[in-house]
Design a protein around this ligand. Structure first.
Ligand code: ADP
Length: 444
């Protein structure tokens, strides 16, 4: 097992990883930019190293600075969290060259899933259902028109290296396709430095349902059920729950077992999320994330497993040590993302938190790194915390979420809390009756 882990991240997830390390008796190193000197993840770490200025490119994404921080502190592993370095295969390779363990899957698996075209081809060959679309990249307009004709409009043009909902454009007719390709290409180049595009059938009313998997790299893998992340704004998740209100136990184990088998066949190592769109009873793979997800606590609440501790154990070479039948699902969990944003316009609202009180009590979990007097820096994303509730069933969880949101005090900045209070009085939300477009329709 590792003696010391460097956490190459900030905010709530850095703190979350630290908790797992401390419970395992592993010392932690926090890294931070000059803008994060007062952050809670820095205060609670055993050691901390300033790795650069506020701009993430010069600090949290600065590979030489991260390696130097490992060398200075003698860290024997790095946990990348989500975002930043978490899906950077080159970083994992450089760490290996320095005899430092990257807590995550192999660089090879990160590369496969990082290219959505290769990812789709790979999982399709492993028996996972995918969205109908182009076989590989689309090079020119004439080819795009031909493929769109075959799969039928509307179609979605997507960036092979895309993420965060960027580089994606819908076209409903041949006339729109030309512009969709040009916009997606430009967005992809600007955002990801690569303008390879592919095409999919645009599903009109799907849910976003993702399967959490855990593999040990020795050929053992289990699924930990699904999360329904259909409530999205601009393709960004705001509310996640497990189980999905749309699936029954039979559908759950069927898709879960298909995914777990594919991961075992790949000898996948660590946690991963296989994302699907779900429409008319069918699953369609869209992508796989080879890292811990923001919404992982939802799965922890219904399985009782600590996913970060599992990642650490597996990175240290341990075998899974349990099988699918050992996973006991219990109750229902919901997570809402507390963002420092205006709840109507979603304009970021950085600033100083003047008063702070987080909810608590039975079945309530708050993952956050903020406190009264904390100044939210304007340089990073606006997630300041996650409220996760657990109940014996969905009705119970909704009731608990309503109660917990009512206890929150965050003064001095705007947050998305009022949005969730509003959603909880909506009959579609109460009935679990929503798809990926529901929230945007509701907001407009
Ligand atoms: P990213 O990596 O940018 O998040 P994804 O492929 O995961 O991209 O897609 C993000 C979101 O975009 C999905 O959750 C869904 O809302 C929408 N989306 C993606 N592919 C399709 C599709 N073929 N049809 C309809 N919506 C889609």
């Amino acid at each position: 097992m590792f003696d010391k882990i460097l956490i190459a991240n900030r905010g709530e997830i850095a703190l979350r990883i630290q908790r797992a390390c401390h419970e395992l008796g592993i010392a932690t190193v926090a890294v931070h930019s000059t803008a994060d000197e007062d952050a809670m993840h820095v205060r609670l770490a055993d050691e901390s190293v300033c790795i650069g200025p506020a701009q993430a490119a010069a600090s949290y994404l600065n590979i030489p600075a991260l390696i130097a921080a490992c060398e200075i502190t003698n860290a024997d592993a790095v946990h990348p969290g989500y975002g930043f370095m978490s899906e950077n295969a080159r970083f994992a390779e450089i760490l290996a060259e320095h005899n430092i363990t990257f807590i995550g899957p192999s660089p090879e698996h990160i590369n496969i899933m990082g290219d959505k075209i290769i990812a789709k081809e790979t999982v399709k060959n492993l028996g996972i259902p995918v969205v109908p679309g182009s076989e590989g990249a689309i090079d020119d307009g004439a080819e795009a028109l031909k493929i769109a004709e075959e799969i039928g409009y509307p179609v979605l043009v997507k960036a092979a290296h895309g993420g965060g909902g960027k580089g994606m454009k819908v076209a409903s007719s041949p006339a729109e396709l030309h512009d969709a390709m040009a916009t997606a290409r430009a967005e992809a180049m600007a955002g990801f430095g690569n303008d390879t595009l592919y095409m999919e059938k645009y599903l009109t009313l799907p849910r976003h349902i993702e399967i959490q998997v855990l593999g040990d790299g020795h050929g053992n893998a289990v699924h930990l059920g699904e999360r329904d992340c259909s409530l999205q704004r601009r393709h960004q998740k705001v509310w996640e729950e497990a189980f999905s209100p749309a699936l029954n136990a039979e559908q759950r184990s069927k898709i879960g077992e298909t995914v777990a088998k594919a991961m075992a066949d790949m000898k996948y190592s660590g946690v991963g999320t296989v994302e699907f769109l779900y429409e008319n009873g069918e699953f369609y793979f869209i992508e796989m994330n080879t890292r811990l997800q923001v919404e992982h606590p939802v799965t922890e609440m219904i399985t009782g497993l600590d996913l970060v501790q599992q990642q650490i154990r597996i990175a240290a070479g341990a075998e899974l040590g349990f099988c699918q039948d050992d996973i006991n699902f219990n109750g229902h969990a919901i997570e809402v993302r507390i963002n420092a944003e205006n709840p109507r316009t979603f304009v970021p609202s950085p600033g100083t938190i003047e008063a702070y009180h987080a909810p608590g009590g039975l079945g309530v979990r708050v993952d956050s790194g903020v406190y009264a007097g904390y100044r939210i820096p304007p340089y990073y994303d606006s997630l300041i915390g996650k409220l996760i509730v657990h109940g014996k069933n969905r009705t119970d969880a909704l009731m608990r979420l309503r109660r917990a949101l009512g206890e929150y005090v965050i003064d001095g900045i705007e947050t998305t809390i009022p949005l969730y209070i509003d959603l909880l009085s909506n009959s579609d939300i109460i009935d679990g009756n929503y798809d990926i477009h529901w929230l945007e329709k509701h907001l407009s």
